[in-house]
Design a protein around this ligand. Structure first.
Ligand code: IPE
Ligand code: IPE
Ligand code: MG
Length: 242
């Protein structure tokens, strides 16, 4: 194992393959979602222990409403039922958690519980957990644009001052860029996740289903990330011979 690992500041993870994990074991897809949730808690603790500061986890996309009513309800109830557990977990691990996504299809009770988690944990300043639920990258950009237009109309924002830096302050959260984007389950696509924030992310695709993506699998992702040459459009002329 490489002892000089580079540690990404912001890791984004597309939690995928829960359903297939369960089906291959002869279980209902819902069992895969439950296993995924348990794994997510353990994995985040491990990632923070390695020095990662920001974790964004994709748990339900704006497109996931295309699934059966039964599965959508299960996923909604799973998160709702876990909100108290998430709050206790964040206090225990000293994590500032918050939610990204549209709130319009969520009940007031759920929104209140989400707000409580955000408010109670915002005193923690070392570890950040961005829980993306009913989240879509296009939706986030559209929602930001609407707020910008409102502020321009109200005279709060001078359109000539709008740049990438100010634009990002109108997103659900003004987060640092994603350094490492991980997708489990063998799919090699972004599925509308953090489109703005991933502009220079390193992508890591792995066949493992999410419930089996554990410490060892994350170590392998870090080793791979460490080998990447991140140039951000520039060139390190000292490294080139001509
Ligand atoms: C990820 O697992 C969780 C959500 C998208 C809600 P999936 O439910 O997509 O599992 P697969 O990809 O069908 O196996
Ligand atoms: C992406 O997974 C969304 C989440 C993990 C929440 P999906 O399983 O919904 O994505 P596709 O349909 O394979 O692109
Ligand atoms: Mg999937």
């Amino acid at each position: 194992m490489n002892n000089n690992l580079k540690i990404p500041n912001h890791v984004a993870i597309i939690v995928d393959g829960n359903g297939r994990w369960a089906i291959e074991k002869g279980l209902n897809r819902s069992k895969g979602h439950e296993a995924g949730f348990i794994n997510l808690q353990k994995l985040t603790v491990y990632m923070y222990s390695k020095g990662v500061k920001y974790i964004s986890a994709y748990l339900f996309s704006t497109e996931n409403f295309k699934r059966s009513e039964k599965e959508v309800n299960f996923l909604m109830n799973l998160l709702t039922g876990k909100l108290k557990e998430i709050l206790d977990f964040c206090h225990h691990e000293k994590i500032h958690a918050f939610f990204s996504g549209r709130k319009d299809k969520l009940s007031n009770k759920v929104i209140e519980a989400m707000n409580k988690i955000e408010q109670e944990t915002n005193k923690y300043k070392d570890r950040y957990f961005n829980i993306c639920f009913n989240y879509g990258g296009h939706a986030e950009i559209v929602d930001a644009t609407k707020k910008i237009v409102q502020d321009v109309e109200n005279g709060k924002l001078d359109i000539d001052l709008l740049d990438e830096n100010i634009y990002s302050k109108y997103l659900y959260r003004d987060l640092p860029p994603v350094d490492l984007m991980i997708r489990t389950s063998g799919e090699k696509r972004i599925s509308n996740f953090l489109l703005w924030q991933c502009s220079y992310a390193e992508f890591y695709f792995v066949d493992t289903y999410f419930p089996d993506f554990k410490e060892k699998e994350f170590d392998l992702a870090l080793e791979d990330y460490t080998k990447r040459d991140r140039r951000f459009g520039g060139i390190d002329y000292d490294k080139k011979s001509n």
